[in-house]
Design a protein around this ligand. Structure first.
Ligand SMILES: [Cu+2]
Length: 123
């Protein structure tokens, strides 16, 4: 019995010592999906996270850029946020090849998160 209690205590300590799961927003889904191969760019491209993004009135806190393999910007205007999703309109839907989608967003805990994904357009 003593052995069991100390084993449980050790287990409890291990749990409480584990780093708490932060509320950092991380990628959960997108349109188009990461690493996918599609035939035409969508009118609206979006990236979704596992938690809501923070928006501040009159201040742009979340950015989403879409570029072709030559670095040409394909998005049209500023990205907009709704809940856990950031979206941007695509102005040049004729682009092919590797497309890079980069973001810098602010997650619910106030921390900025930057990353990117790529997908391929093949006609
Ligand atoms: Cu965080």
């Amino acid at each position: 019995m003593k052995k069991l209690v100390s084993a449980l205590l050790a287990f409890g300590v291990a749990i409480s010592a584990a780093p708490s799961a932060g509320a950092h927003a991380s990628y959960s889904d997108s349109n188009p999906k990461a690493r996918s191969v599609i035939t035409k760019l969508p009118k609206l491209l979006w990236v979704e996270f596992d938690g809501n993004l923070i928006t501040i009135a009159d201040k742009q806190t979340n950015f989403l850029t879409v570029k072709n393999s030559k670095g040409k910007e394909l998005s049209d205007g500023k990205a907009f946020v709704g809940g856990a999703r950031i979206s941007v309109n695509i102005k040049d839907r004729s682009a092919t090849g590797t497309i890079k989608v980069s973001w810098r967003v602010v997650s619910e805990d106030g921390h900025p998160v930057s990353s990117f994904l790529t997908f391929t357009v093949r006609k």
